[in-house]
Ligand binder design. Sequence first.
Ligand code: ARG
Length: 461
Amino acid sequence: VQGALWGGRFAGGPADALAALSKSTHFDWRLAGYDIAGSRAHARVLHTAGLLDDEELAGMLAALDALDADVRSGAYAPAESDEDVHGSLERGLIERAGPALGGKLRAGRSRNDQIATLGRMYLRDHARIIATGVLATVDALVEQAEKHLGVAMPGRTHLQHAQPVLLSHHLLAHAWALLRDVQRLMDWDKRAAVSPYGSGALAGSSLGLDPNAVAAELGFDSAVWNSIDGTASRDVYAEFSWVAAMIGVDLSRISEEIIIWATKEFSFVTLDDAFSTGSSIMPQKKNPDVAELARGKAGRLIGDLTGLLATLKGLPLAYNRDLQEDKEPVFDAADTLEVLLPAVSGMIATLTFNTERMQALAPQGFALATDIAEWLVRQGVPFREAHELSGAAVQLAESRGVELWDLTDEDYAGISGHLTPEVRSVLSTEGSLDSRSAQGGTARSAVEAQLVALKSELDTA
Ligand code: ARG
């Protein structure tokens, strides 16, 4: 078969339908630079093993450099007849080095160990780009948190008013989740930094090639200890995809809040014009499309992960062609996050908060009821009873259509002798916030300590 890597035992070429099905150059060509880097390293171990002489190694490396330059400039691109990136690049190498020399490079390696290695190289580079984008989002959250220190907002559970919190505390909650995602990528990289090159098709090579020399040249920490594992496993891809999906979910949760906050009813935030869109029919519209796309793309990232896991689940060892389906999901995950993260970080960095409204709403909806109960506990009342008494105050206020601080001293005394006028010390947003000063709490002092802790973790990311 003209140009193919495996024609020898076949009487004729593949059916057009098979060739069309089999083809992967339209998505694996982005690995070309990594394939050439792998080829350089492979040429060197062939030389060390005595399978290429000095002159052949020099010729091979020169041909690979020429091919690399042509791939970069676009002068060399996959032909219609090329099945995958590996076959196409071998064709390009032979065109430059001649068949006598170019035909020697394939010794001792297989597309199975090549592709497993190139995928890890690609994902490791893109994990760094993604981590940088996530850190920019964390920075945007931290900057907004620092800018608004002291501003209270309604803290919610079940989307209902729960207890007042600091806006900074809320924003930093998202920052911690994203920081853990970065830490996950860093931890993942330890497992990704192991090279499958040298595993051959599945059983290793008989040619005396040193897998660790290839691994070192390609920036890996070491080579795999098991050639079957090296060629057949894709858990490293799946783990990357899981972290990507988790980042998508974390961005989606921030985005959902921004969408809600930007409604007329909430009016907590105004989106910058540069990060909002209009309507083709309704002239007044200002839409949170960045946040909506983030929410939508989280679904796509989850789909990439579940698609990949479904591909892997029934595969016997070692390589099966199903594994060609491993690339598009992880490439899509990387592409998606790389286009999404700058938009989300920009949207967050340019948000304007309606701090007066947030502050005013913070204690409303009986959000200080827990403070009354905890104040009673500090007076020696068992919490079970304190909860009941505070609940009675809520019921009274609700029946009158007023807030807890509108009840009179007599109202409180009528509920319980424990509810002396001193209870008013906690019937303010400030009193409520200040009292939650232990580590992790929403008091300003605790949030300031939290910022120091977060930044010191950021320094190690
Ligand atoms: N294009 C293939 C892939 O992506 C490369 C490995 C092909 N190996 C094989 N034995 N057909 O998985």
